[in-house]
Ligand binder design. Structure first.
Ligand code: DHB
Length: 349
């Protein structure tokens, strides 16, 4: 029997499932009760930006990207106070790792190149920080996870969820640590095995963070979604390096690292655009976002949420508030009632 194809419009709607009706109800309610206009405006503003991301409620679509300010509850709190709608930790594995020798980060004329080598305290130790962080945070905490086998990914994800993680983000895209990261995310068969294993082990949403260093990121995204990914984060850093002309040597101890910052924004935007055309789960845009206009471009390309990282080094944690305010002003100026209304809008022209 031929299967009925689901209505494309309905399917799209499901992805952008935050209701702006709430905003209107709130407004009516407040007006009826003659409450202060200021409060009504504030509530409306909040609701215009609030999103439901694969079941997680975010007050706004901005998130701390993994790898930046990664491991302590104090820094998570500082970022949340700066206006982030969610926090993603630095990647954590099964066992503690010291990472590469210095130098691990270098600034270039167009962005940062880093190769830290996944330094982390291991999930047993980090679980204590997750428990503490959950006590002080009022936005979702997403734990980034890596492993050297599907079982390891699943074990770490499980421990993170037991400690209180609201979701896990699978790092299948670190561009330079052998036998993990992009070595998994560049191969649809291995990726499928990892995502399926994690999906059958934890009951929280699973985000899969993809590498741009592939022939077809849309094809990889499709493999992740077919295996059970609840959202796709695009993109991780672009494989890169820096050489010192004076010493005639590579600057990073690992020689090769990942480029982040404004230089990768057009690459990330293209990746989000291509993924949006292929899969129906929410996309979290990441790569070189430095202001509200970049954020809006990612939303128009098809991102439902946005991760911000490298720019925090120069602009500080309040970049989240500034970005959110800018998105809100844009929506208002253009007559949109919810941020969801502009997700993927550039595909319709
Ligand atoms: C590291 C770099 C990455 O781009 C990443 O995704 C994870 C880890 C690192 O060097 O630690």
């Amino acid at each position: 029997m031929e299967q009925k194809k689901p209505n494309q419009k309905l399917k799209r709607k499901r992805r952008n499932n935050t209701s702006h009706k709430t905003a209107y109800k709130t407004k009516l309610y407040l007006n009826k009760n003659n409450s202060t206009r200021a409060l009504a405006v504030e509530t409306l503003k909040e609701n215009r930006l609030a999103i439901n991301l694969a079941g997680l409620k975010l007050p706004n679509p901005t998130m701390l990207a993994s790898g930046i300010l990664g491991y302590t509850k104090e820094t998570f709190k500082t970022i949340a106070d700066g206006g982030a709608g969610a926090i993603v930790t630095k990647s954590v594995g099964l066992k503690p790792r010291s990472g590469y020798a210095n130098p691990t980060v270098t600034q270039t004329s167009c962005g940062l190149v880093n190769a830290m080598g996944l330094p982390n305290p291991g999930i047993e130790e980090f679980a204590k920080e997750i428990i503490e962080a959950k006590r002080v945070l009022n936005v979702p905490l997403i734990v980034s996870v890596y492993g050297f086998t599907a079982e390891e990914y699943a074990t770490v994800a499980k421990k993170a969820v037991v400690a209180g993680a609201d979701a896990v983000e699978l790092n299948v895209s670190c561009p330079h640590v052998r036998e993990t990261g992009s070595e998994i995310g560049q191969n649809p068969t291995i990726l499928k095995e990892v995502v399926e294993k994690v999906k059958s082990t934890v009951q929280k949403p699973i985000f899969v963070k993809l590498s741009p260093n592939v022939t077809s990121i849309a094809e990889i995204a499709e493999a992740a979604v077919n295996a059970g990914a609840d959202a796709i984060t695009a993109i991780n850093t672009v494989k890169a390096m820096a050489i010192d002309a004076e010493t005639a040597k590579p600057i990073l101890s690992n020689k090769v690292g990942g480029l982040s910052g404004p230089a990768i924004k057009p690459i990330a935007l293209r990746c989000v655009y291509e993924i949006y055309e292929r899969v129906k789960v929410p996309i979290i845009g990441c790569g070189g976002i430095t202001n509200w206009r970049d954020a809006v471009e990612f939303l128009l390309a098809g991102a439902s949420a946005l991760q911000i990282g490298t720019v925090i080094a120069t602009k500080g944690p309040n970049i989240f508030k500034a970005t959110t305010r800018g998105i809100n002003a844009y929506l208002k100026r253009k007559g949109f009632r919810s941020v969801n209304e502009i997700v993927g809008l550039s595909h319709k022209s």
